[in-house]
Structure formats: C-alpha cells, structure tokens
Design a protein around this ligand. Structure first.
Ligand code: ZN
Length: 176
C-alpha cells in the first residue's frame, strides 16, 4: 500500500485527531484495515430496493420521529459523494441541502450503502432522518442521532474507515 494513497484517503478522518489518524494509517499501510472491518461488521443487510429502503426509513421514523412530516421519497442515489453530501464536512452545502430536504422531504442514500453492513445503513438513515428536525450538524442534531441509534458515533467513525478501505481497494476511482 502506497503511503501517498493512504494519506489521501485518511482525509476522511482528519477531524478525529492525529493519534487516531496515525493508528488508522498504520493499519491501512499494513493492509489490515478491510480485514479488521470485515471481522467487526460481518453481516450485510437485505434492504436492496428503493421500496425496501423507503419502508426501512419509514419504520425508523414512525418509531422515533412520529410528529415529523411524512417522507415523500427515499432512494438509493448512484452518484452521491457520501462525505460531502451526507456526512457533511461542508456546512454551506449542508445548509442548502437541508432547505431542499425540508421542502421535498426526500432522502437520498449513496448507492454504496446498498451493499453494506446493517450498522452503516442504519447510521446513514438515522443521520438523514435527524435532518428532518435539525438542519445543522450541531449538538441537538447528534443528540437526536444518538437517541435513534445509541452507537451512532462509533458507526459513523467505522463507516469512514469503511470508505477509506473502499478507496484503497480502488485507488483509480478516487474523486481527485
Ligand atoms: Zn448531515
């Protein structure tokens, strides 16, 4: 594994601090990252279609966000940069997206979640549902995420590791 390729992918966890980045870097360079994740998240969910995804999101919403407005649409979107559009490191984009989400009440989930552990699908759907109530990635937002999924933060971190592992598996498919 080339160090430059690894360092490019590690930008996904830059916000977690140098110590954490260093540990993941060591693991990625040794080639053990994907294996570690596969051991921790051995299952794959069965939510394969947009219809199944809608039902899945609706069930979570009924349980935790009864009073929020109904969802008009929940779909897998093929071309969606999960970090930029979903996990939201860019607040301007998140804000504009939030307005659109609020207006249309549509949820788009990056297609890579179609073939993913159930924990990561739940994490990303919980994240998008929380945006029905909270536009910004602030304390109230994450409190709502953790209310719907107590392990939210662990799953989000491990999802980022999963994305790093995917990027290292296909370095040619990098965004830049
Ligand atoms: Zn978000």
């Amino acid at each position: 594994m080339e160090a430059a390729t690894v360092d490019h992918a590690l930008r996904l966890i830059a916000g977690y601090g140098e110590t954490v980045v260093g540990q993941v870097r060591t693991l990625a360079l040794s080639g053990g990252l994907a294996e570690r994740l596969a051991r921790r998240y051995p299952e794959r969910h069965a939510v394969r279609t947009d219809a199944a995804l809608y039902d899945y999101a609706q069930a979570l919403k009924s349980r935790h966000l009864k009073t929020a407005p109904p969802l008009s649409k929940v779909v897998y979107a093929a071309r969606l940069d999960v970090i930029q559009n979903a996990l939201g490191t860019h607040t301007t984009i998140a804000r504009v997206q939030g307005a659109q989400l609020k207006a249309k009440r549509e949820i788009r989930i990056a297609a890579l979640f179609r073939d993913a552990p159930p924990e990561f699908l739940k994490m990303i759907v919980v994240h998008e549902l929380a945006h029905l109530r909270e536009r910004e990635h602030d304390r109230a937002f994450y409190a709502l995420c953790c209310h719907m999924e107590p392990d939210y933060h662990q799953f989000e971190f491990d999802l980022r590791l999963h994305l790093i592992a995917l990027a290292l598996d296909k370095p040619a498919a990098r965004a830049d």
